[in-house]
Design a protein around this ligand. Structure first.
Ligand code: SF4
Ligand code: SF4
Length: 86
């Protein structure tokens, strides 16, 4: 499985849980230990090793919070997806 990297714009997350519902390996959860400036618990990844870089989470997020990158054979990271508006 290719190595994946997830980057979250936690300040923009509104905790709507759309991404947690669609992630196939169920590795996205709200961080109940922190609150962003909007007053929401932001999203985080519980186990990046299980991420397939499918980018379903990035596509469904209405606020372009999630950036998904996947490692190419060369070792370079390529952008897979960052939401609908970025
Ligand atoms: S890229 Fe796919 S597997 Fe990885 S966190 Fe998003 S929905 Fe889950
Ligand atoms: S990352 Fe996007 S889809 Fe997921 S909870 Fe935050 S705002 Fe909702």
């Amino acid at each position: 499985m290719p190595k994946s990297t997830l980057t979250f714009d936690k300040a923009a997350c509104k905790g709507c849980l759309l991404c947690t519902a669609v992630c196939p390996p169920k590795i996205l959860e709200l961080d109940l230990t922190s609150v962003n400036a909007k007053g929401y618990n932001p999203i985080y990844c519980t186990d990046i090793a299980k991420c397939t870089a499918c980018a379903i989470c990035a596509r469904i997020c209405p606020d372009s919070v999630i950036k998904v990158e996947r490692e190419a054979a060369s070792g370079a990271m390529s952008n897979v997806e960052r939401g609908a508006t970025a």
